[in-house]
Design a protein around this ligand. Structure first.
Ligand SMILES: [Zn+2]
Length: 226
């Protein structure tokens, strides 16, 4: 239904439900596009919660906030030009509390990085630090409910197009045992010339970036910090 032949995260969720008997599996999707296939597969399955933030007005034009399925769907729309401030507050205000209430036994991340400001197909103004931040928040919630979390790369990455190459590595770092202890990564400062070339809204990035709250230090529950 989207860009993919196989929905890896849906296969993983169905396997966890059918083979391992899990009752509460959460799929968290911060890709810039709505996961229309994932929602369609699980919209009548209360054992699988689907939570997504995505840009409004773009393909596949699904994922409205009124889509509730069996009470297991949570969609949030981000207008074009949204940056760190809007993204983080959307997750903090609505999606992360809903995820915490669901008490997921397993948390699966649909980790797409096309919300990055350098992505040529969409108009969000996120950067690598935002993806690392949401991964850290999700890890904290996963820890509260058993600590099972798996991140699946869903594309929109490149090794050559700086600075989006930092996005998946920043998320992987937040999931590694050595990533805690209150450390935060330095915020990247992309060259203005690069932003102007790669994205038509450099001014909105500057505006949202200036309003962004300071980096959040997630409480650490690892064995070294306890
Ligand atoms: Zn996408």
């Amino acid at each position: 239904m989207g860009f993919c032949l196989f929905n890896n995260v849906a296969v993983a969720a169905a396997h966890a439900r059918d083979r391992h008997g899990l009752e509460r599996i959460a799929i968290v999707d911060f890709d810039v596009h709505h996961g229309n296939g994932t929602q369609s597969i699980f919209q009548s399955e209360p054992k699988v919660a689907y939570l997504s933030s995505h840009q409004s007005g773009i393909y596949p034009h699904t994922g409205g906030v009124r889509d509730r399925g069996a009470g297991n769907l949570h969609n949030a729309l981000l207008p074009p030009g949204s940056g760190s401030f809007r993204f983080r507050n959307t997750w903090l205000d609505t999606l992360l509390p809903a995820l915490d209430d669901f008490r997921p036994q397993l948390l699966l991340l649909s980790a797409g990085f096309d919300g990055h400001m350098a992505d040529p197909l969409a108009d969000l103004m996120l950067d690598a630090d935002d993806f690392a931040w949401i991964t850290g928040e999700l890890r904290t919630i996963a820890r509260r409910h058993g600590g099972r979390i798996v991140s699946m790369l869903e594309g929109a990455t490149t090794r050559t197009r700086w600075p989006n190459a930092r996005s998946p590595t920043g998320c992987a770092a937040r999931l590694s045992p050595a990533s805690c202890h209150g450390r935060t990564e330095p915020r990247p400062v992309p060259p203005r010339a690069f932003i102007a070339r790669m994205h038509p809204h450099p001014a909105s990035y500057q505006r949202f970036s200036a309003r962004m709250p300071p980096p959040v230090r997630s409480p650490c529950a690892c064995s070294r910090c306890r």
